[in-house]
Design a protein around this ligand. Structure first.
Ligand SMILES: [Zn+2]
Length: 432
């Protein structure tokens, strides 16, 4: 199959690319300024693609992105809002309500919700997901292990189509022997890395010590909910940076949220960013959930809870943006669409210039791919053909429209096609 006249803004925004795909791999890529003529305009309909590899399509300058990487989701919690309610909208009620509801879940229920969210994300162009999974050792044993078991099952089930990394969150309370036995059993199940939320702990530094010790023992990377608080004195990220260097874990630790960084004074924030760079911590901003959860107690000027995205990038820290929670008590909205999250990041981080828009696209593709150690290397000859073709012809149009019309290619075939028209008709009595 050939795709002519593709726009790949993350490579070179102003030129046209032609891609040749053979046996599911990128066989040739050419770049040119002029428009290459082809007879067949690209179709967002499966039936037109039945002849597969023989066809030559004219993408007519549409934007192509490498398969997007949602580096921070909670598949186990997604779409649980109807049973796990949250009247106050606070993080505290969300945790309490979800823990209570989780005792009523079944394998089928959890797996079904996870599958729905993962496949919706795939249809939007996401081909890799890192999901955090609750691991609470103080509920029934079945509930403790259900999320991890179902996530590993889904990972295997969807492996032909997408990559899923499973990061169970180690509990934030001090461990007793019975907790340790369960944690050690879980860590041996074939998970991808260790998660957690140590800032919630009454003794966060001890909690971080535990997480690093277990990660080292099982030789696993670390990805932590970090300083998800409006309080500028909350700065466990500094200790995480120290532990990272002490354990030789540079490049293997990602810190997410970093809300308190936004509340700190400028000098302290600059020192934190410098230390993060030194320890090679990756950062993930989760603007949707944090706009919703943070700043709730503020009156007058309300803090927004979104970390210092541009300053982290300028300070040399790799920053991705991701979905976090989807339709659950922690965050009641969302559709697993990283373009929507990139647009929200543009709003909250004041990133709307042309170069900013390209940076935003990198924050949902190549940057998170690096942060999570993805084996995929993007749009390169010899690589897996793993991409989404979006019905927009410029980054400006893409961010304005967030078109749903997309085609997702991977595993040697088109996996998802969505065709909604962005055109509308007005009654002839109205003139634009
Ligand atoms: Zn999260």
């Amino acid at each position: 199959m050939k795709l002519l006249n593709v726009n790949i803004p993350t490579l070179q925004a102003e030129r046209n690319f032609d891609l040749t795909i053979k046996n599911g791999r990128l066989d040739a890529i050419t770049v040119h300024d002029e428009y290459m003529k082809a007879d067949r305009p690209f179709s967002y309909s499966f039936s037109d693609h039945e002849r597969g590899e023989e066809l030559v399509w004219d993408a007519e300058g549409r934007i192509l992105l490498q398969g997007m990487v949602d580096a921070h989701m909670h598949l186990d919690k997604s779409h649980s809002l109807l049973v796990a309610k949250n009247q106050s909208g606070t993080l505290f009620e969300a945790i309490h309500s979800y823990t209570k509801a989780s005792e009523t879940f079944t394998d089928e229920n959890v797996l079904g919700r996870m599958r729905k969210t993962a496949l919706t994300a795939l249809a939007h162009g996401t081909s890799t997901i890192r999901t955090h999974i609750d691991f609470n050792t103080r509920v029934s044993e079945e509930t403790t292990f259900r999320g991890v078991r179902m996530a590993l099952q889904l990972k295997q089930e969807l492996a032909p189509y997408m990559n899923i990394q499973v990061y169970p969150m180690l509990p934030y309370y001090p461990y007793e022997d019975s907790d340790r036995k369960k944690i050690e059993r879980m860590l041996a199940l074939g998970i991808d890395g260790v998660g957690g939320a140590p800032h919630i702990s009454e003794r966060p530094l001890e909690c971080i010590d535990e997480i690093f010790a277990y990660a080292k023992q099982f030789d696993l990377p670390i990805d932590l909910h970090t300083d998800e608080s409006d309080d500028p004195t909350v700065d466990t990220v500094l200790y995480i940076a120290d532990k990272t260097m002490e354990f030789g874990y540079e490049g293997r630790v990602v810190v997410d949220h970093l809300c308190s960084l936004a509340a700190m004074d400028h000098d302290k924030a600059a020192a934190v960013i410098q230390k993060m760079k030194e320890a090679e911590l990756g950062a993930i901003t989760l603007p949707a959930a944090n706009l919703y959860l943070q700043g709730r107690q503020d009156r007058g000027i309300v803090r927004r809870g979104v970390t210092r995205v541009s300053e982290l990038i300028d300070g040399g820290v790799k920053v991705a943006t991701a979905s976090d929670n989807v339709c659950d008590p922690f965050h009641p909205f969302g559709r697993g669409d990283l373009l929507q999250i990139a647009q929200l990041t543009g709003y909250t981080a004041h990133m709307g210039g042309r170069q900013d828009m390209i940076t935003l696209l990198k924050m949902i593709t190549e940057v998170p791919a690096k942060l999570i150690g993805s084996q995929l290397c993007g749009i390169k000859v010899g690589e897996l053909a793993d991409f989404v073709l979006v019905d927009s012809k410029s980054v400006e149009e893409l961010f304005a429209d967030l078109p749903q019309t997309r085609a997702v290619y991977r595993s040697g075939k088109w996996l998802a096609m969505t065709n909604t028209t962005s055109q509308f008709e007005l009654t002839p009595t109205i003139k634009l």
